[in-house]
Design a protein around this ligand. Structure first.
Ligand code: ADP
Ligand code: MG
Length: 308
């Protein structure tokens, strides 16, 4: 299946920034003009609008008045795997959560700067965060199956979205895409809690896929898994990237080097304005370049094990 890109109008409508009436007369004065924000300058590396999924520009994320991470300039391309790496506490999870507004669930969290998803400001007050999270799904470090059957876990999202028909097909297709179908097809009604850790993580992926997202965010999805289960998830990512855009946080540099197309390296610096350590995006480029010939000395130090 080819990833068909929805029209800009469909995206605006789906995200709640354009309602039906406005859509029917989308003349020059539509309710929501697509403001490309401060990143209007030429792209450092070519990327067509069609392939540009996220465009983060001077993004910072705060918890209260603590700026956890700053200087996030990141263009995420369609059907690529983008890895976020760096030492613990540099803000990888914080940044990842800002890409589907999961940080909204943390009362003190706030973003500054601009983050566009398909040209739409993700933090525009008209954008519906629930719809954002359907389009931009998330898989967490620890597999988190609901204490329900395998089937009900995968059917959960579609049911919440009001879907009643065709659930069997959705469940089967999602489990197939997550490379789990053959292992569970005869135990769909068994509790998901009985699956192995690796199976549970693939179930989490199936559950995310079941609502037909465009993007999958994965926060250290393999860190609780053994090497064989890890290899299966890595294979799976390679298989599904033709249909999805994937962002993965990993503390494992080898994993980033194996699976990703581009890598963003974050470091931690002392923020002199408040004397606290703040994360900073140091370098973002192709994975090949980042691991063979990085531009920044801090990247070089980190990837060669001279911790920076
Ligand atoms: N919910 C939170 N409230 C306050 N501070 C937080 C919260 N989550 C993370 N932080 C802080 O933000 C910084 C970045 O954390 P995090 O994004 O978890 O880093 P990483 O995923 O790279 O290890 C750290 O200083 C951390 O203590
Ligand atoms: Mg983290």
């Amino acid at each position: 299946m080819v990833n068909t890109k929805p029209s800009d109008e469909e995206i605006l409508k789906g995200l709640g920034v354009l309602d039906d009436e406005e859509q029917s007369d989308s003349g020059p004065d539509v309710a929501f003009s697509v403001d490309r924000g401060p990143s209007d300058e030429p792209l450092p590396e070519e990327v067509s609008d069609e392939d540009l999924v996220f465009d983060a520009s001077e993004l910072s994320v705060f918890y209260g008045d603590f700026r956890a991470v700053r200087d996030v300039n990141l263009r995420v391309r369609r059907n690529e795997i983008t890895a976020l790496i760096g030492p613990s506490g540099c803000g990888k999870s914080t940044v990842l959560r800002s890409f589907n507004r999961m940080n909204d669930l943390i009362p003190s969290a706030r973003v500054a700067g601009s983050l566009l998803y398909r040209g739409v400001d993700l933090y525009d007050p008209r954008v519906d965060p629930v719809e954002v999270r359907r389009r931009v799904g998330m898989v967490f470090q620890k597999p988190n199956p609901f204490p329900k059957s395998v089937y009900d876990n995968v059917a959960y999202g579609p049911r919440v979205a009001g879907r009643k028909k065709g659930l069997d097909d959705v469940v089967e297709n999602s489990l197939k895409k997550a490379a789990l179908w053959d292992e569970v097809k005869d135990r769909l009604q068994d509790s998901a809690i009985g699956l192995s850790g690796g199976q549970q993580q693939r179930l989490s992926i199936a559950r995310a896929i079941a609502v037909d997202p465009e993007v999958l965010l994965m926060d250290e999805p393999c860190s609780a898994l053994d090497p064989i289960a890890t290899a299966r998830i890595e294979e799976l990512m390679a298989e599904i990237k033709s249909e999805y855009t994937i962002m993965i946080v990993t503390h494992n540099m080898q994993q980033a080097a194996r699976v990703s197309d581009r890598t963003a390296f974050f470091s931690v610096e002392l923020d002199e304005s408040n004397d606290r350590r703040t994360g900073v995006l140091v370098e973002y480029t192709t994975t090949e370049k980042l691991f063979s010939n990085p531009d920044d000395e801090r990247t070089e130090n980190y990837i060669t094990g001279r911790f920076g």
